[in-house]
Design a protein around this ligand. Structure first.
Ligand code: ZN
Length: 700
């Protein structure tokens, strides 16, 4: 069974993973919020009724731990960040229809109702489990109060997730060698009764769900292996005060933060309906089943697409929560399942992983202080790579993309087209729209509709620049300035086409650059709000008159880039800024293991040889590059490698390395690089051999 093609005539909701109210927002977070906002706007443009909702995640141990350290109440602590987020998002043109938080009444009531449903359905069981206790203080240590070793991969892990290793969710009692995060005392495991959601009840259902699920590839495929074999029960209670009470007054337990957090998606949609009225937007039409469930049918039979469209945008680190736990939670409470999950990649900084503890990050407030328009950031971050891949942020690249694509292509085309039209005709010349321009615009509309169906955020974001590229080529090809006197009719038609193309750019760029789209819309003399027009409006006749246009974008100058790059480099500390401070939002760029296997033949295509560095010289003018001569037995290769910052260049000669000999040649700073030296991780740890394989020996 598969979903009806988007847009459907049912309401949709787009959500983004809740920000955890425990720290400032940085560009790594903003990738998700901007992508979600862009997607919701684009979906609306295709004619789908869409709500865009989110809220702050207020519960859980990191907030409790950090609030206690400051001697404050967790609620007050988390609310402060919540307030901050409600100001930061609009500053980046991220406009939620509703933004709540998990500690509010709507979410509290709804969460307890969910759990009561599971209890009634027989999906909740009680088990005695081992819970970590601080040996000296005698306090229970749930989740992130404890750290230790991952039992699956052996990496250092947090109490509830293997954040640096295999990314698995960890159940209480699973982590090895537990130690208290707050006191550093060793922890011991004691038996305590806890409540569990029996996930194995949903195993069959989840198989069908993953078959139907749309979205990015990783989100659809990675969970398949997690649901092979019997699913582990999910512990839904914790020994804590901070959280939503388990709905049985005899129990002194709160619900696990991952129970009430996703339910905020539902609660926030409900609050939106309460504000605008069900005749405007009906949250139940989205979240509650519309069709009849026949008793005795299989899970797949019982699935119906008579419900609304639920689309989640999340980070790749919380796929298991959204593609395994969450659909089971919804199913167990009688709610609809997600239609699609879009998992975004991580954001790197200057080619390295973003690290909040090292202050290697661009903070939201920092970007806003530069005075650059938020739309520039939105464009850069959503077009830097496909939505599910990692994207690198550097000020150099930012300037390059803004100056080239936004100033040079999009801005330049709209300005010259409108300026010529205004000077010559006082607005849109009287002429029919030409076939070529009409076809190009129609194709662009279709491409965006297709990209919406394929959850291709980058393609949506690129569409206006792509069309403007054609516009520049079109205007150049026809040279209307040479036609005005001799062929006035042709000139009028060409300019009419160009005004239409500029209008189409305004419509197409609205999801990614809503502020700039407004500006262009006003310059075009159009009435109304460009955020409310359908994609087809790109082909509607432009306004007959408009005033003199202004440049849409400003050049980012070299000096600003240098200053910002320097500011970033100088403050990136080699050591964590505050020792012992739990670093909740430290996203490592450790990629999850690749899903796709390669054949032995494919491996053999890589000709890797043992080599030895003979000489190493810094390349003038390049911050990181070194020219290496590498002896690989049969010959000596010249290789350019980014080792200057990370290694003592003078100590490199004599080092044994592994060289990819059939790497295609490249030229960097005018120096040819003939091969690639292999290195691991962001510190460029050079690969070597441990015995005495001769130079030139092949790696196999
Ligand atoms: Zn692990």
């Amino acid at each position: 069974m598969s979903h009806e093609q988007l847009p459907t005539d049912r309401p949709a909701v787009v959500t983004v993973g809740l920000p955890y109210a425990n720290g400032d927002l940085h560009v790594g977070h903003l990738l998700g919020y901007v992508s979600g906002d862009l997607y919701a706007r684009a979906l609306r443009r295709t004619g789908q009724q869409t709500a865009f909702v989110c809220g702050s995640d207020m519960h859980g141990t990191p907030i409790a731990v950090n609030a206690a350290k400051q001697g404050r109440e967790p609620e007050e602590f988390a609310l402060e960040y919540h307030e901050q987020y409600t100001e930061t998002f609009p500053a980046f043109n991220v406009e939620f229809d509703n933004y709540g938080h998990t500690h509010d009444e709507t979410n509290t009531e709804l969460t307890q109702a969910f759990v009561e449903h599971w209890i009634e359905g027989g999906h909740v069981i009680e088990k005695e489990i081992e819970v970590a206790y601080d040996v000296e203080t005698d306090e229970p240590l749930p989740d992130r109060y404890v750290e230790g070793t991952c039992p699956y991969c052996g990496e250092r892990a947090r109490g509830d997730e293997c954040d640096e290793g295999c990314q698995r969710h960890l159940e209480p009692g699973e982590i090895d060698d537990p130690v208290s995060v707050t006191t550093g005392n060793p922890a011991e495991y004691r038996e305590r009764p806890h409540k569990f959601l029996r996930l194995s009840d949903f195993q069959e259902y989840l198989r069908g769900f993953l078959d139907r699920l749309e979205g990015t590839e990783k989100a659809r495929n990675q969970p398949r292996e997690w649901i092979e074999g019997e699913l582990e029960d999910l512990c839904i209670t914790r020994d804590m005060d901070w959280g939503i009470d388990y709905p049985d007054e005899r129990e002194e337990l709160v619900l696990y933060v991952w129970v009430d957090a996703p339910i905020e998606y539902v609660a926030s949609t409900k609050q939106y309906t309460e504000r605008v009225g069900p005749e405007v937007y009906d949250w139940e039409a989205v979240w509650k089943p519309g069709g009849e469930r026949r008793p005795g049918t299989t899970w797949d039979d019982a699935w119906t697409d008579e419900s609304g469209e639920i689309i989640h945008v999340i980070g790749a680190d919380i796929i298991q929560h959204h593609c395994v736990f969450w659909p089971a939670m919804l199913r167990g409470a009688g709610y609809n399942e997600p239609r699609a999950v879009i998992a975004t990649g991580f954001v790197g900084i200057d080619g390295k992983s973003l690290s909040t503890s090292r202050n290697r990050a661009i903070w939201a407030t920092e970007y806003l202080e530069t005075g650059f328009h938020p739309d520039l950031f939105r464009y850069y971050i959503t077009t830097g790579s496909a939505v599910e891949h990692d994207v690198d942020f550097s000020w150099d690249r930012f300037a390059e993309r803004v100056n080239g694509e936004l100033v040079g292509t999009l801005g330049n085309f709209c300005y010259r087209a409108l300026l010529f039209a205004e000077r010559t005709y006082g607005g849109t010349p009287e002429a029919a729209l030409g076939e070529e321009a009409r076809d190009r615009i129609a194709d662009a509309i279709e491409d965006v509709e297709q990209a919406v169906r394929e959850y291709d955020v980058r393609k949506i974001a690129e569409s206006a620049v792509t069309l403007a590229q054609f516009g520049n080529e079109y205007i150049q090809r026809h040279e209307p300035w040479n036609l005005v006197d001799d062929e006035p009719e042709t000139a009028a038609r060409v300019i009419r086409d160009c005004v239409q193309l500029a209008k189409a750019c305004a419509v197409l760029m609205q999801p990614v650059m809503p502020g700039k789209a407004d500006e262009l819309w006003a310059q075009l003399g159009e009435d109304g709000d460009v955020s409310e027009v359908a994609l087809e409006e790109a082909l509607a006749a432009p306004a007959a008159t408009f005033g003199e246009p202004a440049e849409l974008f400003e050049q980012v100058d070299d000096e600003a880039v240098e200053q910002l790059t320097e500011q970033l480099r100088s403050r990136v500390a080699d050591e964590p800024k505050e020792e012992g401070e739990p670093d909740e939002s430290d996203e490592t760029m450790t990629d999850p293991l690749a899903d796709d296997r390669i054949s032995f033949e494919q491996f053999q295509e890589m000709d890797m040889r043992v080599g030895e560095i003979v000489s190493a010289d810094p390349i003038e003018g390049a911050d990181e590059l070194v020219r290496l001569a590498v002896d690989i037995g049969v010959e000596t290769r010249q290789v350019v490698a980014g080792l200057k910052q990370l290694h003592d260049v003078e100590a490199l000669p004599g080092t044994r390395v592994v060289l990819l000999a059939n790497m295609e040649k490249a030229e960097l700073f005018g120096v040819e690089s003939d091969g690639m030296v292999l290195a691991a991780g962001e510190e460029a740890d050079l690969l070597t051999t441990h015995a005495d394989a001769p130079l030139g020996a092949r790696i196999r």
